[in-house]
Design a protein around this ligand. Structure first.
Ligand code: ADP
Ligand code: 3PG
Ligand code: MG
Length: 393
């Protein structure tokens, strides 16, 4: 078990480098459109502030190439100020003497939010010298950036090796909930996968298949499975590599005696129709393009969900960004929310769909990770967690 911030003693006056994932969605004029990741971080920050530590908060935002004012973390400092009035300062740089002086000058229990760490190319290169400079700012390192724990960067990995370290509450919660659900699931366990690419999710699906009782597949991913079973899918989104992968998963499921349920009907449109006028069909052929699971499939999936004690869901079941194709995803979000099953949803688009369906509060655990959540579902190690020291027992 990893050392947590609860295990840190006498932190009054200590400088704590807290890596968070404040990579929040923004609109095209740079306004933050969703503060979930910031709100999820407040308990850890509050815990450290209340114990009199100086909390140096570090995050990335987007994938900048050098300095880019549109990706400054300054707007996030303003949000933090609402929760910690008078306690937040913003540092325009991430490393250097000026930042150190700023940290030294603030009273205990203050928060210093550093500028976007990815403005420095050394961050993603995990440059040892950059990690050293980050480490020189602080006495203790805390990683609470679950969403970026699958990256081996200077602020998520390199710096952790140079300081006494621990994980924060958000990280602890994500690891405990997701690994427990995969290793010791409540049965019947229904796993739902959707989204676009089977390839990115193959390891997660194969690993989940070991513990799940039923696998429901929707979204574009379902077409690769249907093709693998010899069905036609018209001009729906399929890639050849994914079909090979889907065949292997079907074989594996067969060997394990597990049920994989594919869509029975679809909300489709005709290729080339600019208005994309929709219709329901049992089989996709010719110029038909599938955009969502159909009503029969929704019913069939709902039935499985209503019998489940645990549900894990990753990947929307249709092109939910488009009103015409969001019904399947939204209905399934509601079915999961209304069921008695313990429910976990992960994945950037999946969480966004759950939010749009107004089901956030009905889901037991909404993960803050995308790639990191998938990696945990695979049963893989995350560098940002692996680097943290074990708890002394
Ligand atoms: P997550 O971010 O939750 O892991 P993904 O990124 O794997 O999910 O998949 C989300 C994308 O899959 C969405 O952009 C959605 O439009 C797309 N998608 C889902 N179903 C279909 C479909 N039938 N045809 C084309 N794209 C689809
Ligand atoms: C995310 O939003 O998935 C994380 O913040 C990781 O971002 P990245 O994919 O740019 O490393
Ligand atoms: Mg996505």
């Amino acid at each position: 078990m990893k050392r947590s911030i609860r295990d840190l003693v006498n932190i009054e006056g200590k400088k704590i480098f807290l890596r968070t994932d404040f990579n929040v969605p923004m609109d095209n004029v740079g306004r933050i459109t969703d503060t979930t990741r910031i709100i999820a971080e407040l308990p850890t920050i509050r815990f450290l502030v209340e114990r009199g530590a100086k909390v140096i908060v570090c995050s990335h935002l987007g994938r900048p190439q050098g300095f880019d004012f549109r990706l400054s973390l300054w707007p996030i400092a303003l949000i933090l100020l609402k929760y910690f009035p008078g306690k937040v300062q913003f540092a325009h740089k991430v490393i250097g003497d000026k930042v150190k002086e700023q940290i030294d000058s603030v009273p205990n229990g203050s928060i210093i939010l550093l500028e976007n760490v990815r403005f420095y190319k050394e961050e993603t290169e995990n440059d040892p010298n950059f990690a050293k400079q980050l480490a020189s700012l602080a006495d203790i390192y805390v990683n609470d950036a679950f969403g970026v724990a699958h990256r081996k960067h200077a602020s998520t990995y390199g710096v952790a090796r140079l300081l006494p370290n621990a994980i924060g509450f958000l990280m602890e919660n994500e690891i405990n909930i997701i690994t427990n659900a995969v290793k010791e699931p409540q049965k019947p366990f229904v796993a739902i996968f959707g989204g676009a690419k089977v390839k990115d999710k193959i390891k997660a699906i194969t690993n989940i298949l070991k513990s799940a009782d039923v696998l429901l597949v929707g979204g574009a991913m379902a077409y690769s499975f249907l093709v693998a079973k010899g069905r036609t899918v018209g001009r729906s989104f399929v890639d050849i590599d994914s079909v090979k992968v889907a065949s292997k998963i079907l074989e594996e499921a067969n060997k394990l005696g597990k049920k994989i349920i594919l869509p029975d009907d679809h909300v489709a449109y005709m290729y080339g129709d600019v208005k994309e006028k929709t219709f329901i069909t049992d089989s996709l052929n010719g110029d038909m393009v599938g955009g969502d699971i159909g009503p029969q499939t929704v019913k069939m999936f709902e039935e499985e969900i209503s019998n489940a004690k645990q549900v894990i869901w990753n990947g929307p079941l249709g092109k939910y960004e488009d009103k015409k194709f969001q019904k399947g995803t939204f209905e399934i979000a509601k079915a999961i929310g209304n069921s008695n099953a313990y429910s976990i949803v992960g994945g950037g688009d999946s969480v966004s769909a759950v939010k749009q369906a107004h089901c956030m509060r009905m889901i037991n655990h909404v993960s803050t990770g995308g790639g990191a959540t998938l990696k945990l579902l695979e049963g893989g190690e995350l560098p940002g967690i692996e680097v943290i020291q074990e708890k002394f027992v």
